[in-house]
Ligand binder design. Structure first.
Ligand SMILES: NC(=O)c1ccc[n+]([C@@H]2O[C@H](COP(=O)([O-])OP(=O)(O)OC[C@H]3O[C@@H](n4cnc5c(N)ncnc54)[C@H](OP(=O)(O)O)[C@@H]3O)[C@@H](O)[C@H]2O)c1
Length: 251
């Protein structure tokens, strides 16, 4: 039985780093690298012999992955729910189409993939869900994004408890700013400064280490740890107000 890792968003900054770090794991035979961008997937295939490309627009559903699971009947050793999208701006400008696709990609797809993969998982399998420090408090101007990341975090933490009996570990990664293509360099004509930004490499190595340790949350930087404590101790209204004051100039 082939032992596979499934990584969504594997053509992006954090996802491709997951592929790179998992590639040397001898307990995994294949990495199903999921993304829409064929050229980037082809590049991964040329770099890592274990990569099996899965071209799929997940905002339209997970059929591509479900079909492959049925055909190959593998053991899913690792599922990384990483694909995600954001929207910086006023919610009222977002429009229903973007609202729906963000909810689908960031919330529905991770839950559906867990549901689909669980029958193929055994004791020792693992799930990493990528949330964000945006889940620590509501973030105006990233309104839908931060709400979606609360879903991922709560889903992940509760799931971890449910799956303990089966010996399946679940870790939720909550990075602060990460240096990837997701972050615009400027907005509203102004260069954006990202406090405490870290590399995808750090996010991924910490998430994999925290999964091995069975930790529920993975906080890969001082900034993420500090922000979590700060958001817990300070009134939400104050933390939101500070965030809104910083971000207002970009929208
Ligand atoms: N960058 C940050 O500061 C930061 C901080 C905290 C959390 N995160 C989270 O980390 C995760 C990865 O983000 P990243 O920073 O690595 O961003 P990224 O470089 O923009 O990568 C996003 C990935 O998601 C995939 N994706 C987007 N829409 C998709 C769709 N409809 N169907 C299938 N795949 C889709 C993209 O693949 P294709 O383009 O090939 O479709 C890409 O591989 C996200 O969940 C994000 O919310 C990021």
């Amino acid at each position: 039985m082939r032992r596979v890792a499934i990584v969504t968003g594997s053509t992006g900054g954090i996802g491709s780093e997951f592929v790179r770090q998992i590639a040397s794991d001898e307990s995994i035979d294949e990495i199903w690298a999921v993304g829409r961008n064929k050229e980037k997937l082809d590049k991964l295939v040329s770099e890592y012999s274990k990569v099996v490309p899965v071209i799929a627009d997940l905002s339209k559903g997970i059929g591509e992955i479900s079909d492959r699971l049925k055909d190959a009947n593998p053991e899913v050793k690792l599922l990384v729910n990483n694909a995600g999208t954001g929207y910086l701006g006023l919610f009222e400008h977002m429009g229903t189409e973007k609202v729906e696709s963000l909810c689908t990609l960031n919330c529905t797809v991770p839950a559906m993939l867990v549901s689909e993969c669980l029958p193929y998982m055994k004791e020792g399998s693992g799930i990493i869900n990528i949330s964000s420090s945006s889940s620590f408090q509501p973030n105006p101007y990233l309104t839908m994004y931060s709400a979606s990341k609360v879903f991922v975090k709560n889903f992940s933490r509760a799931l971890r408890v449910e799956l303990k009996n089966r010996g399946i570990k679940v870790t939720c990664s909550c990075p602060g700013w990460v240096d990837t293509g997701m972050l615009p360099k400027e907005a509203n004509g102004k260069k954006i400064h990202y406090t405490g930004m870290i590399s995808p490499e750090k996010v991924v190595s910490k998430a994999l280490a925290d999964l091995r340790r069975g930790k529920e949350l993975s906080l890969p930087s001082f900034f993420a740890k500090y922000f979590r404590v700060y958001s817990k101790l300070m009134p939400t209204k104050l933390v939101m107000g500070q965030w809104a004051w910083i971000m207002r100039k970009y929208v």
